[in-house]
Design a protein around this ligand. Sequence first.
Ligand SMILES: [Zn+2]
Ligand SMILES: [Zn+2]
Length: 339
Amino acid sequence: MRITDRGLYCEAGDFYIDPWQPVDRAVITHAHGDHARWGSRHYLASRESRLVLRTRLGEDASIESLEYGEAALLNGVRVSLHPAGHILGSAQIRVELGGEVWVASGDYKTDSDPTCSPFEIVRCHTFVTESTFGLPIYRWRPQHDVFAEIREWWSANAEAGRASIIYAYALGKAQRVLAGLCDAAIGPIYTHGAVERLTRDYREAGIALPLTQHASEMPRGHDFGGSLVIAPPSAAGSTWLRRFGAASPAFASGWMQIRGARRRRGVDRGFVLSDHVDWPALLATIEATGAEHVWVTHGFREPVVRWLLERGIDALSVASHWEGDDEIESTVAGEEVVA
Ligand SMILES: [Zn+2]
Ligand SMILES: [Zn+2]
């Protein structure tokens, strides 16, 4: 495998993994915009990702899918997909030829998440890992505590007659927040159109989520006081927010762990909730793969490479265009206007 100007390429199999330029055959780790881009001729992805990938790539895209663990031969190269625990359908791509095994992780987390299949360790010779939160300062608190904080915040707002608005990425984070509040008596819950559409895909894929209503479908003058609203970060500061009247905004993201992040986003609360591994989980996962060679991609590549080299693991920092699904909201065509 090698990095070309189109992306991570397997020459023997003649396919790319999450290419950033259109190619003939793309194998896709997950449906976030920086990993699943438009314009390739054929896509191969996990069956679990089918619906969200279709929503992201559009009706015309040619998408084939594999169950997790099922293998396909691409020009004699054995390719299989294994759960990455990041969002619905996210997969690590295992590539095997002549007894040599590579695994490209895409984005991943090892924490439990009811909205997708749990991460699996896949043994390999070379592991291509992300490093989004690859710094020792990133250590996630138990998510149970974070969801308890969200419930308390909502409850205080509801008592004061305010709406609670959580900004969360429309694909993945929004549904994880919803699932985390499944057992709580929170509601009614309203959504932005971008969130609602993908939430429907999740339900159709069999993920249990609390009842939501598309906020834009409510009649004019509707009272949103005491409700919970889930919106993509792109909705912040937009006129779409006016309908909610007095409201408390919050942001759910791993980046909320950084001092000042909450203030910079202009929100009342920052809930540290990430769909990526934190520093300890990243290193533990890399070690568990048994890989002799590690390619470190998007994120804090240098600190991770240094840590691995010091432990005698051959590590390489690899530049890619997989950046920012947790920083920049990737959008479906038109979703900004179709609030
Ligand atoms: Zn992602
Ligand atoms: Zn990524």
